[in-house]
Design a binder for this molecule. Structure first.
Ligand SMILES: Cc1cc2nc3c(=O)[nH]c(=O)nc-3n(C[C@H](O)[C@H](O)[C@H](O)COP(=O)(O)OP(=O)(O)OC[C@H]3O[C@@H](n4cnc5c(N)ncnc54)[C@H](O)[C@@H]3O)c2cc1C
Length: 397
């Protein structure tokens, strides 16, 4: 049976990035992914799944050689972030306030994954098993054995980066806490009458926020954007059943005037779940990304947290190697969870507090949240401390 230092199950954005960072340390890595990523061509329409990539995530993608390619394909930088419920409490975050050129980029998930796979294919110490899938996983004292659909391999370390429904997590008997939110999200790709925008905005309402994420390039109408519409599950099911032109009318009725004219190009509905693994480690198995934590996407932090997991694991293993420790020792691997669990939990809880606060129907709470937004915007002390600190944190700085 072929042996690898590490086997990463799941070659999505987080798994692919982790395979590269571990290979950079000189380890022999296997990456197992069930679907072959599709090649890119400029004529392809935008994918529905996009992510707001923070500055910290961009740094990681640059360090592993993928960012330049992503930027050459298509990525839309944004400099401003607008948030409001009532118009009078409009709050805007600006990259200038934290001395940056922009706050982040909106990028299609598929392109991030594909750019990472280009790097993987160029690395001699990563072997890709694709298309292939995990069938079973067993651990003994000195190794883990993985049966895949097409082969069998052994390893010192298994990394579960196989997403929210992680089989690695289930096969390692790692439990989860979590729930399904009452809301779902509808992603809608549109042409907009405005040319490429440098702002992403979100308007809150008790039924859930509506948001715009700008996309790169010019369309016959002006530009492109990805709209996110959070609402009760039944309403999202109804919206998903409409034709594009019917949906267009609904969007124009319910989105704020900032949107301008639009034409709907594509749509899809996604359930919202919260999941947190009870532990990120079981002997020689570690969980990263959505396999470890699935977060409400309201503030676009999911994959950014996953990339922070990737960085933390690389540091833990690099440190152990440089100090002559057995890097796959359970005590060494435990340092990864110590580094990541608190921050992931804090971000998940903050998102839940925002979700609960902004969807509460009480007029008193509505007034309080609008006053809070207004204060953050208008009171100089709050503006320069809380607002800028929150912004820097969201950018991963
Ligand atoms: C509506 C919505 C909007 C979002 N917006 C943002 C945003 O703006 N910013 C942000 O940071 N995050 C956002 N997120 C979250 C983000 O999409 C996820 O956090 C991210 O996709 C997780 O990446 P991952 O690599 O951990 O998992 P996944 O993307 O789920 O990848 C898992 C991979 O594992 C493979 N796999 C699964 N099982 C197996 C198996 N048994 N064998 C082999 N391979 C397997 C899959 O094929 C897949 O390629 C959003 C999420 C939603 C639902």
């Amino acid at each position: 049976m072929e042996h690898f230092d590490c086997v990463v199950i799941g070659g999505g954005m987080v798994g692919a990035a982790s395979a590269l960072t571990l290979a950079q340390l000189g380890l022999q890595v296997a990456l197992v992914e069930q679907y072959q990523p599709k090649d890119y061509s400029a004529e392809q329409s935008f994918d529905l799944r996009v992510s707001a990539i923070s500055l910290a995530s961009q740094n990681l993608l640059s360090q592993i050689g993928a960012w330049q390619q992503i930027n050459e394909w298509r990525a839309c930088p944004y400099k401003r972030l607008g948030v409001w419920e009532h118009e009078s409490a409009y709050t805007e975050f600006n990259a200038d306030d934290i001395e940056q050129r922009y706050l982040g980029h909106i990028v299609e998930n598929r392109l991030i994954q594909l750019a990472l796979w280009q790097q993987i294919n160029a690395m001699r110490n990563i072997r890709a098993f694709c298309p292939d899938s995990l069938v079973s996983l067993t651990q003994d004292n000195d190794k883990a054995t993985l049966i895949l659909t097409n082969s069998s391999i052994t390893t010192n370390l298994v990394i579960g980066a196989d997403g929210a429904q992680s089989k690695v997590r289930q096969m390692s008997a790692i439990g989860i806490t979590g729930w399904d939110y009452q809301q779902s999200a509808m992603l809608i790709n549109v042409e907009t009458s405005m040319s490429q925008q440098d702002i992403t905005w979100q308007q809150f309402s008790p039924t859930g926020p509506v948001a715009l994420l700008p996309l790169a390039g010019e369309s016959s109408l002006g530009g492109y954007a990805s709209l996110v519409w959070y609402h009760q599950r039944d309403e999202i099911t109804r919206l998903a059943s409409l034709t594009n032109s019917q949906l267009q009318e609904e969007v124009l009725k319910h989105f704020p005037k900032q949107l301008g004219e639009i034409k709907v190009l594509a749509k899809g509905a996604f359930p919202l779940t919260r999941r947190h693994a009870n532990t990120y480690q079981h002997k020689r198995v570690l969980l990263l990304g959505d396999a470890a934590h699935t977060i409400n996407p309201m503030a676009g932090q999911g994959v950014n947290l996953g990339f922070k997991d990737v960085i933390a694991l690389q540091h833990v293993i690099a440190d152990a190697i440089s100090h002559g420790e057995a890097w796959h020792d359970e005590a060494v691997l435990a340092r990864y969870e110590q580094k990541r669990r608190k921050e992931n939990l804090l971000m998940m809880s903050t998102m839940d507090a925002l979700y609960a606060g902004f969807s509460h129907p009480s007029p008193v709470i509505k007034a309080a949240r609008n006053l809070a937004l207004l204060a953050v915007n208008k009171v100089p002390f709050l503006n320069s401390t809380i607002k800028n600190k929150a912004l820097a944190y969201a950018c991963g700085l």
